[in-house]
Write a protein that binds this ligand. Structure first.
Ligand code: ZN
Length: 563
């Protein structure tokens, strides 16, 4: 009997690894690249300065979906990354925002925080005094894990299908950029600004492999000390060559609004932060990823491995200088070089003819309101405390007899949270209160739409494109009480004390539009302008590899890739 079972097992093994595209030459590596805040038009827009091996290679040899969109309303980093990883909406995968209010503890929750899994090694956590990322600063613990993600990821499915021989890794400057795509079964590494090194948490391992220790000791970040971010070409070669200085750019102390941007000494208070607001951040991630590929033998055998790299510099540069700035343009030229370096390295080690490459973004970007206003297009940095809310406050008091300030707990993008205890104690009807507050919010200048979760849940709202996007974002436990959509080009820029020039997070096209580019065996070069959605990415990878779809997947495989 045992012999028969072994025989069946061997037979099953002999047929299991067959793959859809190239049965004789299986794909050895899935390389999923995410460029944080890379709006769908930006590659073409800044392509004049590109070399041959980076973006140009993807455009010439890859299949480009030129009209791909996130379909959820809250176009934020963790939401987009997890959607790309799982092929489903935040309503299902649960990562509805970078921050949400945990109703059981009453505390704000940073998306990938997890007190059960502290960082490996001493220090390396978020230093609230110097952290400029307002969402990371709000984490109530230094521990990190993917346990809040409620669907399997495509990387999980590779592990489930191919077993432990399939190696799965995610790397990024940002914890959430690495953790989301590494899934529950892979290993994630990200950059600690306080430690100036790559770190991970005990969810993944108890101690660092020797190669990670060695890489950290090499001091790649410190090698940028006392150098500057200079632009690559002559100013005249840039679209924005004559617009280096604009009043709406953030003048970060010591870094300035114009080139060259000096990093300062390695012991400078914001030295590692400045590396992330420049192409250096992506170069550091690439250097680490190359070491990972070499020492972990990524793509070295016929069992498909998975490597996710999320490049974060485009996001920080966009927030500080805007999407239409010389900095954004030069950063993309630098990223083009970084990608060329990556592709050459993978080609030499693994072979691009044995690698499936996917490039996309977690969200796009709004232009800076000041820039838009200079062109006669509206737009504004929205500030709740500058709004005259006296009429709304009076209307709510008149209807319910309780002050609006007591009924409203807080706003945290994109949700307004009501004080449910006050509503209950006052004997008020939760549905009526939330609907009335949404109604008053809609009257505010700069607010296009506000809808209560109560009405979404009850099916009381018309199915417009905006409500569809808000519904895709609606999660029973994690969504707030009222979803607030600002007018196009209006956004909250003063965010927990940190001001930004440009931002994202709306359902409007500039935020939802992202590139989706595929390059690999069996994929014909071309350009598709039919609208597709980012939930289609993970199911397409699954179909391409002939493996199971992520558990919550709602997207459809893209026919041009898998047929
Ligand atoms: Zn992002």
């Amino acid at each position: 009997m045992l012999g028969l079972l072994v025989a069946i097992g061997l037979f099953a093994l002999s047929i299991a690894p067959a793959q859809a595209q190239t049965p004789d030459k299986p794909v050895r590596l899935v390389l999923q690249i995410t460029v944080d805040q890379l709006r769908g038009d930006m590659i073409e827009r800044y392509s004049a300065g590109f070399g041959k091996g980076g973006f140009r290679r993807l455009l010439d040899e890859g299949l480009v979906y030129a009209n791909a969109h996130h379909r959820h309303a809250n176009t934020e980093t963790v939401v987009g990354h997890t959607t790309l990883a799982t092929g489903t909406d935040p309503a299902v995968h649960g990562m509805v925002a970078n921050i949400w209010l945990d109703r059981t503890t009453g505390e704000l929750n940073y998306n990938v925080q997890d007190a059960d899994y502290p960082l490996v090694g001493e220090g390396g956590g978020v230093d609230a005094k110097t952290e400029i990322d307002p969402t990371q600063r709000l984490a109530t613990t230094q521990g990190r894990s993917p346990r809040s993600i409620q669907s399997t990821t495509i990387s999980d499915e590779i592990t489930l299908s191919l077993g432990a021989k399939a190696k799965v890794f995610g790397v990024s400057i940002k914890d959430r950029g690495a953790i989301t795509l590494a899934g529950h079964t892979g290993n994630a590494y990200w950059f600690s600004k306080s430690g100036g090194r790559m770190v991970t948490s005990t969810f993944y391992m108890d101690k660092y492999p020797d190669w990670v220790k060695a890489w950290n000791e090499k001091g790649v970040p410190a090698s940028y000390a006392n150098t500057s971010w200079k632009f690559l070409a002559e100013k005249s070669a840039y679209l924005h060559g004559n617009a280096d200085d604009a009043p709406w750019e953030i003048d970060f102390p010591g870094f300035g609004r114009t080139f060259p941007h000096p990093y300062g000494p390695a012991d400078g208070k914001y030295f590692t932060t400045l590396l992330t607001i420049s192409p250096a951040g992506d170069e550091i991630v690439l250097d680490f990823a190359k070491e990972l590929v070499a020492t972990e033998s990524i793509g070295a055998d016929d069992v498909t491995d998975y490597l996710s790299i999320s490049f974060s510099s485009t996001d920080y540069v966009g927030h500080f200088f805007g999407a239409s700035s010389l900095e954004a343009e030069d950063n993309l030229h630098r990223l083009d070089r970084t990608l060329a370096d990556l592709f050459k390295y993978i080609d030499d080690r693994v072979g691009l003819d044995r690698t499936l490459v996917i490039l996309s973004a977690d969200h796009g970007a709004s232009e800076v309101p000041g820039y838009l206003n200079s062109l006669g297009i509206g737009g504004k940095h929205f500030k709740f405390d500058e709004i005259d809310s006296s009429k709304a406050i009076a209307a709510i008091k008149a209807k319910f007899g309780i002050s609006a300030k007591k009924l409203v707990d807080r706003y945290f993008h994109p949700y307004l949270f009501l004080n449910r205890k006050t509503i209950k104690k006052g004997g008020l009807d939760y549905g009526k209160v939330s609907r009335k507050v949404a109604e008053e919010l809609r009257k505010f200048p700069g607010i296009a739409y506000a809808v209560s979760s109560y009405d979404l849940r009850a099916g009381n709202v018309a199915r417009t494109p905006i409500t569809e996007a808000v519904l895709a974002n609606f999660h029973e436990d994690r969504s707030g009480d009222i979803y607030v959509v600002f007018e196009p080009h209006w956004f909250v820029a003063d965010f927990d004390g940190a001001s930004v020039a440009g931002s994202h997070g709306s359902p409007w096209t500039y935020d939802s539009h992202v590139p989706v580019i595929w390059m690999g065996p069996g994929i014909e070069a071309g350009k598709i302008v039919r609208r597709v959605e980012t939930v289609d990415v993970a199911p397409t990878i699954a179909a391409y590899l002939a493996i199971r779809y992520p558990s919550g997947a709602r997207g459809k495989p893209l026919a041009e890739i898998v047929d």
